[in-house]
Write a protein that binds this ligand. Structure first.
Ligand code: CTP
Length: 401
């Protein structure tokens, strides 16, 4: 959910500021771009150098930077507009009161007033301060502005007292933001299963039967589903593509049999399944234990059919919305429609090898989306990322939870 998002972290002067190093690390690991604004007093609790190194961005705290002979202005308006999310953590009673009253006497507050994005604040203070009517009035006023409070938790406080006022833990802050960003997304709370890539069917310990599929189409579909709020299980054959979204659970497999077993271990709880993998249709009947030597002038391998994963999902289908792919070279529409029916699908994505730039092993694809009512929607040649968006647009028009 935070992958690719610009997150502006405002740190104010409380002891919990030391925890923001972990918070920045978590945000970066989740794929966010992070910039940090510190108040002067915050820099007594946490080192700007540590935060700059972790966030991979300069850390700023005043309106001007005195460089070598040059003076540079830190533009709070630009920073506020850059942010997709602003998070103030820890938020002290002092800063919260200033935010609630429009005070603008430091860069962090000016940036807060300039931000157009959702603003989260995670209070941290001693228990009596947290309970004070003045603090409560700040929380209330900020919430009335649309800002989102990440409540403090109870526990041992820096004063040695026990009670409410501890800043939420970095992991919980991240989860809170992710849950908020997910809400309202079309696939929020849904589980999507996607197969991708080729499968390799072993001949002996060093050789296999495979194909040229790269896996890209499936990985792009997984990214789109995750960005739409879904929890995604991506079952992938060998592929060099990587996953950078923390809502995508990548399960790597090698053979068709492994893919079959992995897919079926999740299918029961799945809402939407898309089979984009180029699964081998046949595998060697026996796998040699040792490397096969080139003794004979002629050599043949006996092949047996692999299990059709998509067909088996169609047979077991209950509430799932099931989508397959068809790669055809002739009678494309007719063959795709036959596959749709035979495999009990809700829709099929047709690639024709007669279309230049379509099919696998290429960064582009040209598809036709066909649903179970034979509504046919053709698309232009596009990048696979764009094609993945088109496919989900079509699914969302038809999928009713
Ligand atoms: N598929 C699968 N398991 C297999 C073979 C195919 O899940 N063992 C899925 C693919 O992921 C794709 C769809 O079935 O979504 C279509 O595969 P394709 O190879 O085009 O069709 P087949 O049904 O295998 O028929 P044919 O090869 O005869 O065209």
């Amino acid at each position: 959910m935070v992958g690719g998002k610009n997150i502006l972290l405002g740190i104010t002067g409380g002891i919990a500021a030391y925890k923001t190093t972990f918070l920045v690390r978590l945000l970066i690991k989740a794929g966010a771009n992070v910039k940090v604004v510190l108040t002067d007093s915050a820099s007594s609790f946490v080192s700007p150098l540590t935060l700059a190194t972790l966030s991979k961005n300069p850390v700023i705290s005043s309106f001007v930077n005195e460089g070598e002979g040059a003076t540079e202005w830190n533009n709070h308006v630009e920073l506020g507009l850059w942010a997709d999310v602003m998070l103030i953590a820890p938020a002290t009673a002092n800063t919260l009161s200033k935010m609630a009253n429009g005070t603008c006497d430091n860069l962090l507050l000016a940036t807060y007033l300039s931000a157009k994005c959702p603003v989260f604040f995670a209070p941290a203070m001693d228990l009596d301060m947290y309970k004070h009517p003045s603090s409560k009035a700040s929380f209330k006023k900020l919430k009335s502005f649309g800002d989102i409070m990440i409540p403090a938790t109870a526990g041992e406080l820096a004063s040695g007292l026990h009670g409410e006022g501890r800043m939420a833990e970095p992991e919980d802050i991240l989860e809170f933001i992710k849950a908020y960003l997910k809400k309202g997304l079309p696939l929020s709370g849904k589980r999507v299963l996607i197969t991708a890539g080729p499968t390799y069917e072993a001949i002996d310990p060093v050789r296999f039967i495979g194909n040229h599929a790269s896996g890209q189409m499936g990985y792009e579909l997984a990214k789109v589903a995750a960005n739409l709020g879904a929890e995604v299980i991506l079952v992938s054959g060998p592929s060099h593509f990587v996953v950078s979204h923390d809502s995508i659970d990548l399960r790597k497999v090698t053979s068709a049999e492994e893919m079959y077993n992995e897919v079926h271990s999740h299918y029961k709880n799945i809402d939407i399944a898309i089979c984009a993998a180029a699964v081998a249709d046949y595998r060697p009947k026996t796998v040699a234990n040792q490397k096969i030597k080139k003794k004979e002038p002629e050599f043949s391998i006996e092949l047996v059919k692999t299990r059709d994963i998509l067909l088996s999902l169609g047979e077991k289908k209950k509430e799932q919305f099931l989508v397959g792919f068809a790669l055809e070279t002739e009678n494309e529409l007719e063959n795709a429609k036959i596959k749709l029916k035979k495999k009990n699908l809700d829709a099929i994505v047709l690639n024709s090898l007669n279309d230049k730039g379509a099919g696998f092993g290429k960064p582009t694809n040209k598809i036709t989306f066909i649903d179970k009512n034979s509504v046919i929607t053709p698309f232009e040649l596009k990048t696979k990322a764009e094609v993945a968006k088109d496919i989900f647009d079509e699914i969302l028009k038809r999928y009713h939870a």
